[in-house]
Ligand binder design. Structure first.
Ligand SMILES: Nc1ncnc2c1ncn2[C@@H]1O[C@H](COP(=O)(O)OP(=O)(O)OP(=O)(O)O)[C@@H](O)[C@H]1O
Ligand SMILES: [Mg+2]
Length: 470
């Protein structure tokens, strides 16, 4: 009984086991008393009425015992019930009931007789409320030509014919109910098996996943609750798959990104050890190169640290009022140099009247820097990088436009995933695939968002939106 399936089966079968016998007993009782017995007593009353009518048409039989006996044997012979002719005061005039034969002419104590005579109405006495013991009995007054009651006809049916039908009826009812119960149990069983199957499959999949098997999605079948569970499971599976991909990308990018400067450092140290240190100019050049490579590694570690911090919890911003126009103009000068070093056309359009915003300038600077560094990185020499800004309704926008390699539409959402590097970007060696994911989180922490428009071979435009009210 510990498995869900067993409990489900029980929950289906239990009501049947309880309800079906109750229904059976009730049905049998109603059928026997209300239908069969009532029907037979109706029939008896009808017969009594006919006999009484015949008896009223021959009033002389009520005063002549011989004629009375002849009437009883003639009429009563055709009835299944036993018949009695009683005078209005209760004397037995004639009967075909052998039990009363030796009481002919005597005064009988017949229950209900007086009432029948007084009310001049037919009376049913004990017509089988106790099935199996009772007998249907009807007293019918006989009204003479002078309109007074000249006697009473009493018909008594031992109901044996009705009772004989009971066992058959009961067998039929039991058979039908047992059949119903059987169908119910089988249907309950099938339903329970059907319900338990998707759950069992989900459990198996989860344990397989825990054992390290490849992640599989489960078909979302079954009732709503089970379907919801399976959907949640599939969402989890997908998340895990994404996480797995992201982990693989992290490792691949890390190996690549650390390997390259390390290789350069190694060559430089080898050159220095091999005598290059003697030449002052060469030494200077090699040491500068080494510093550059180490700075690259430093930046990489900073990015990773940032990502790790963001994963730990919500960013803590140190917001201060920042006058946007001078701040932007100032921060763009460093990037202008990088762009011009790569022979890019550099254009800026920053209006003087941008509002003052309450923000963490370092973080926004880092986010914007990541976007500008991409524009510079993914644009070939001779191309253009343009920065503009403005306000729209209650928002401030900062736009970074380039005429670089562009991003295919299907990658435009994925580029914000940690460690994701685009296909076009692969031609450019540097990068962990972290810049945009960090930028997006930093902007989101300020209540803003980043939009991208791009076409491969044409260029890209990243727009950063910040709420002006904060
Ligand atoms: N301006 C752009 N032009 C073309 N492709 C871009 C541009 N900006 C981003 N991308 C694409 O989006 C990908 C993700 O960018 P992201 O800045 O997150 O990583 P990255 O530049 O590759 O590495 P990192 O910024 O960590 O050094 C890039 O690999 C590149 O394919
Ligand atoms: Mg980048």
């Amino acid at each position: 009984m510990r498995s869900l399936r067993a409990r489900l089966i029980l929950s289906h079968v239990m009501p049947l086991i309880i309800v079906i016998p109750l229904v059976g007993v009730l049905l049998t009782y109603l059928l026997e008393t209300q239908v069969l017995l009532a029907g037979s007593s109706n029939e008896l009353e009808l017969q009594a009425a006919l006999v009484a009518e015949a008896a009223a048409q021959n009033p002389q039989i009520w005063y002549n015992p011989l004629q009375a006996a002849a009437f009883v044997s003639q009429v009563g012979g055709r009835l299944s019930a036993r018949m009695m002719m009683l005078s209005a005061d209760g004397h037995l005039l004639a009967t075909n009931d052998t039990a009363y034969r030796d009481q002919l002419g005597e005064l009988l104590d017949v229950p209900g007789l007086r009432e029948t005579v007084q009310t001049r109405q037919a009376l049913r006495v004990d017509y089988g409320e106790r099935p199996g013991t009772g007998a249907a009995e009807v007293l019918m007054p006989v009204i003479g030509p002078t309109l007074d009651v000249i006697g009473v006809i009493r018909l008594t049916d031992p109901l044996s014919s009705v009772y004989a039908r009971f066992p058959r009826t009961r067998t039929l009812i039991i058979a039908v109910l047992a059949g119903g119960a059987l169908v119910g149990v089988v249907a309950g069983w099938l339903l329970a098996v059907d319900l338990a199957r998707p759950l069992r499959r989900a459990t198996q999949a989860v344990s397989q996943m825990a054992e390290g098997h490849p992640l599989t999605e489960l078909p979302e079948q079954g009732p709503n609750e089970v379907r919801m569970l399976l959907r949640a499971f599939n969402t989890l599976t997908n998340q895990r798959r994404e996480l797995e991909k992201s982990r693989k990308r992290l490792l691949a990018n890390l190996v690549h990104e650390l390997g390259r400067p390390l290789g350069a450092l190694l060559s430089a140290t080898q050159a220095l050890a091999g005598g290059a240190a003697q030449d002052a100019d060469l030494r200077r050049e090699l040491l500068d190169g080494m510093t550059g490579q180490m700075q690259l590694m430093r930046r990489l570690l900073d990015d990773l640290t940032q990502l790790y911090d963001q994963a730990l919890g919500p960013l803590e911003l140190e917001r201060k009022p920042v006058a946007l126009s001078p701040w932007l103009t100032q921060m763009l000068t460093t990037w202008r140099e990088a762009a011009q070093n790569k022979n890019l056309h550099w254009n800026t359009d920053i209006p003087d009247n941008l509002p003052e915003l309450n923000l963490d300038a370092d973080r926004i600077g880092q986010a914007l820097g990541n976007i500008i560094s991409n524009a510079v990185k993914y644009t070939f020499p001779g191309g253009e990088v343009a920065i503009s800004a403005g306000t729209k309704e209650s928002e401030v926008w900062i736009r970074v436009h380039d005429t670089g390699v562009g991003i295919p539409p299907e990658e435009q959402t994925r580029i914000f995933d940690p460690f994701y590097r685009g296909t076009t970007g692969r031609r450019f060696p540097q990068g962990m695939g972290l810049g945009l994911s960090i930028a997006r989180d930093l902007i989101a922490a300020h209540g803003g968002r980043i939009e991208v428009e791009s076409a491969p071979g044409v260029g890209s435009t990243f727009t950063l939106w910040l709420p002006a009210s904060k």
